[in-house]
Design a binder for this molecule. Structure first.
Ligand SMILES: CC(C)(COP(=O)(O)OP(=O)(O)OC[C@H]1O[C@@H](n2cnc3c(N)ncnc32)[C@H](O)[C@@H]1OP(=O)(O)O)[C@@H](O)C(=O)NCCC(=O)NCCS
Length: 194
């Protein structure tokens, strides 16, 4: 099972291909869209190709992965991305071109991806967002995730201190099971009253 195409009311969620490099570049080059992401805005198509190979083509070569382009049905052109990793954290992440924010697009995509990974038997997903990026937490809650704790990390490669909020959604684990990896790894951690 690798990134099976999904359809929602307004969207097609599908694999990126090497024909989507220009679309991917438009997503990755924007300063604001990439501010809270663990990479710097991409400068040109050559860097985009490298990004595609490292973060998409290599995942599509694995037996199981969820690494989607978010496209509107009318043109099937990628305007964002959404993924769930297969590493132990099963990290859920997303990004969307700014001109498409405030329309519920990522929440719509997120609900479909969450349903897919649940049906495919993943035990849980986690997601983290910078406290200064609360819009991302809104998407997590819209997808049914619950806040668990906050931790401080000297974040790389941007090398500044970030307080991340960890959200989680359990599928096969019992409701109150918590992914404690970041809590154990980072000594500054606490639970906020949200
Ligand atoms: C995080 C990010 C994806 C959120 O985008 P978004 O458009 O706010 O997300 P949603 O899809 O949940 O849309 C919710 C908004 O759409 C509105 N909306 C409009 N139509 C809607 C509909 N049919 N259904 C649901 N919401 C709808 C909601 O009211 C809400 O409005 P608001 O923006 O005024 O609060 C976006 O800000 C982004 O790409 N940021 C940069 C990348 C990033 O930070 N990624 C996360 C790293 S942890």
């Amino acid at each position: 099972m690798n990134t099976p195409t999904l359809e929602t009311g307004r969207l097609i969620l599908r694999k990126f291909t090497e024909y989507d490099l220009e679309a991917l570049f438009l997503i990755l080059k924007d300063e604001e869209v990439n501010r809270f992401l663990p990479w710097y805005p991409i400068k040109d198509l050559e860097e985009t190709k490298k990004f595609y190979e490292e973060r998409y083509a290599s995942k599509y070569a694995q037996p199981q992965a969820y690494a989607y382009a978010i496209c509107l049905k009318e043109d099937n052109y990628p305007i964002g991305y959404i993924k769930v990793d297969m590493e132990e954290h099963h990290d859920f992440g997303y990004g969307l071109r700014k001109e498409f924010w405030h329309k519920g697009i990522v929440s719509e995509a997120g609900k479909a991806v969450v349903e897919q990974v649940k049906n495919d038997g993943l035990p849980y997903i986690t997601a983290t967002h910078d406290r200064n990026n609360p819009r991302s937490g809104n998407v997590m809650r819209a997808c049914g995730m619950k806040y668990c704790y906050t931790y401080q990390e000297l974040w790389q490669p941007k090398n500044f201190l970030v307080e991340f909020r960890l959200y989680q959604l359990n599928f096969t684990k019992e409701d109150n099971w918590m992914y404690k990896e970041y809590w154990d790894k980072y000594p500054i951690h606490f639970i906020e009253k949200l």
